[in-house]
Design a binder for this molecule. Structure first.
Ligand code: ATP
Ligand code: MG
Length: 474
């Protein structure tokens, strides 16, 4: 069932429940008020009769009966005069004979004060019984005692009119409520549609996204959760496009970069036959050939490395910072010595929680760059520092050729090599820093490069040591 219909029905059901509760409350209050009013009227009218007959009963029975007959017509009610034992003394309708005991619940209720009771009887419909005590007059005054009643006036009045009024009010209210429910039911549909329209729009827009057309441009003005959802989807689609674009660039750059050594290889191979009789040239050609093949192999290996990283989940392990230092020494001391470059280590005691292979591959690339892009006789400072318990800073600083501001913006891009670097050192594919950045990203860390052309370069890696840190692939 559509959310729109669910909302519609839920709103309407709630409205009906609330409407019914309100209806019952109002109708009940109206009935209570009407009955209380009727009780009050009968009480005061009865009190007037009681006042009249208080002086005549029981001394002057005829006059009492005369009054009762008179007031019976006036009040349009049947009046009973009862003695203190609740036995009938007089009935204005003449139907109940003297001395009869009436079987009415109100008789048990009356104490010293007037009481009214409303009963629905079979033949007469709604009847109001009002009972008022008669008091003896002593010296022109009623003694202040409940027991002084020496008889009772019972007023029996047909109050169907009052109930008709109550019932007509109930019918009117019911009609009003029904009209309100119908109106609400009609109005609620567009309201429910208004609420759910963005969801329908969202679905429509999402359905438009395809592998060929990956765009999401939904206009949404309200500021609510759907706005956040739209923003999140827009951002997600933007990121997907960005990644796809980068992937394409990477692919075209890879094929382009592979083409260059291939073209050279092709050229050499084509010309080999012309130099086969010249030993020196032949050696030179084959040397170049193997150089180009090595370059291609290195590039393919690096490309495979980059690709493989995304395929397998990372396996974190504690790598002590001393072990990291030893790893660098084992792999780079000889190379550094060869270039008369001094490797200086600043290593804290501690450990870093990383994927060992990826971490070392990243470090190797940084140290390799520092050694390759530094002049002979300079020094490279490699430091592993604990920044608190949960952060490790690894840095590699050199006093080499440095990187210009413009190049700094691009050095992380695959295959990017600064012009200075190419002139300084012909070797290199421009994938080293891409691998470093990928390693840092996968570990959820950050990376910073500071460099001044002609002065040197510092690369800082910040890796979190939190056990729960999730790398992109972990
Ligand atoms: P390789 O893939 O073999 O590492 P590469 O060193 O050229 O090739 P990256 O390591 O990605 O590729 O570096 C990209 C570019 O950044 C380099 O070509 C160079 O211009 C610049 N660069 C990186 N590190 C340094 C450094 N320490 N000093 C000066 N320039 C650097
Ligand atoms: Mg490099």
């Amino acid at each position: 069932m559509k959310i729109q219909y669910k909302l519609w029905l839920t709103f309407t059901s709630l409205f009906i429940i609330m409407g019914l509760a309100l209806y019952l409350f109002i109708v009940n209050a109206y009935e209570k008020r009407a009955i209380a009013g009727q009780a009050g009227v009968m009480g005061s009218q009865g009190a007037a009769v009681v006042e009249k007959i208080n002086g005549t009963y029981p001394k002057f029975p005829d006059r009492t009966m005369g009054y009762l007959q008179f007031y019976s017509k006036q009040l349009d009610a049947r009046l009973f005069l009862l003695d203190e034992k609740n036995e009938v003394v007089f009935d204005t309708s003449g139907q109940v004979s003297q001395g009869t005991s009436l079987n009415l619940s109100i008789l048990a209720k009356v104490k010293g004060q007037p009481v009214s009771e409303f009963i629905k009887t079979g033949p007469f419909g709604y009847v109001q019984y009002t009972m008022l005590p008669l008091h003896q007059i002593v010296n022109g005054k009623i003694p202040d005692s409940n027991n002084s009643a020496h008889g009772y006036l019972l007023v029996v009045k047909d109050i169907n009119v009052v109930y008709e009024d109550i019932h007509s009010f109930q019918r009117w209210m019911l009609g009003l409520m029904f009209a309100a429910v119908v109106l609400f039911f009609i109005v609620c549909f567009p309201v429910a549609s208004w609420f759910t329209k963005p969801i329908a729009d969202l679905i429509d827009n999402l359905r438009k996204i395809s592998p060929h057309k990956r765009s999401f441009a939904m206009k949404y003005k309200r500021k609510d959760e759907i706005r956040k959802l739209v923003d999140a989807i827009t951002e997600m689609v933007g990121q997907l496009n960005h990644y796809e674009q980068r992937q394409r660039q990477f692919l075209s750059a890879s094929s382009h970069e592979l083409k260059t050594p291939l073209a050279t290889i092709q050229l050499i191979v084509e010309n080999l036959k012309f130099v086969q009789h010249d030993d020196r040239l032949f050696k030179e050609f084959t040397g170049d050939l193997s150089g180009q093949i090595d370059k291609m192999k290195q590039m393919v290996d690096q490309l495979l490395d980059i690709h493989r990283v995304w395929d397998k989940p990372i396996e974190r392990d504690w790598v002590s910072l001393d072990e990291a230092e030893k790893h660098i020494k084992d792999h780079f001391l000889l190379l550094a010595e060869h270039k008369e470059i001094r490797l200086v280590f600043q290593t804290d005691s501690g450990a870093v929680f990383v994927d060992r292979d990826l971490f070392f591959r990243g470090l190797d690339n940084l140290v390799s760059n520092a050694v390759r892009y530094s002049p002979e006789g300079s020094e490279v400072i490699i430091s592993f520092k604990m920044k608190g318990k949960e952060l490790v800073q690894c840095s590699v600083c050199d006093r080499g050729i440095g990187i210009s501001k413009e190049d700094l913006l691009n050095v992380l891009e695959p295959f990017y090599r600064a012009k200075d670097a190419t002139e300084w050192n012909q070797e290199g594919t421009g994938l080293g820093l891409t691998i470093v950045k990928q390693m840092v990203d996968i570990h959820g860390g950050t990376m910073e490069i500071k460099s001044l052309p002609g002065k040197g370069t510092c690369v800082f890696l910040y890796l979190s040591n939190k056990n729960d840190t999730k790398g992109l692939l972990s």
